[in-house]
Design a protein around this ligand. Structure first.
Ligand code: RP5
Length: 163
């Protein structure tokens, strides 16, 4: 585990209704020994507060932002517009085609301001944590080793027998 108690990843979501999925990001980061902070800050309802949070987070050492949102899911793109640190977008599942609206809103960022988009829902929330740890691991060997150990444990836990 890192000795640093300052968050290295900020997990932002547009609504409390996103938390059941987004808490998996926080849990996976914790499993990988990465300190995170989680906030509900809507891009369209609290735009000013979002900017303030991103500025404060950067000043306090956050290196990667994870943003989960659903529907017209502009939050990850707005976060990306406010920082040059990597932004991972998690499309929430919705009643419209299982979250295809969220997925396209997040993945189809116009040229120049990227958002690294993962799968919809819980799988994406977990992968957002792993991807964030991999990004941090480029400059932090301890995190890189924990990601590698997680990958190895995952492979070893998979049964090869079909029944
Ligand atoms: C987005 O709209 C949120 O990210 C959430 O996924 C979706 C629904 O929001 P609520 O109606 O639950 O506030 O802003």
């Amino acid at each position: 585990m890192s000795n640093n108690t300052q968050p290295q990843v900020a997990v932002i979501m547009g609504s409390r209704s996103d938390w059941p999925a987004m808490k998996l990001t926080v849990q996976m980061l914790e499993d990988l020994g990465v300190v995170s902070v989680a906030k509900v800050i809507s891009a369209h309802r609290k735009a000013h507060r979002l900017g303030e949070f991103i500025r404060d987070s950067e000043a306090q050492g956050v290196r990667v932002f994870v943003a989960g949102a659903g529907g017209a899911a502009h939050l990850p793109g707005v976060v990306a517009s406010m920082t040059t640190r990597p932004v991972v977008g998690v499309p929430m599942k919705t009643s419209l085609s299982g979250g295809l609206d969220s997925l396209l809103s997040i993945v189809q960022m116009p040229r120049g301001v990227p958002v690294a988009t993962v799968a919809t829902g819980e799988a994406g929330a977990v992968n957002a944590a792993i991807l964030s740890a991999q990004i941090l691991g480029v400059g932090d060997e301890a995190i890189a080793q924990r990601v590698a150990a997680h990958r190895k444990a995952q492979a070893e836990s998979l049964e090869e027998s079909p029944e």
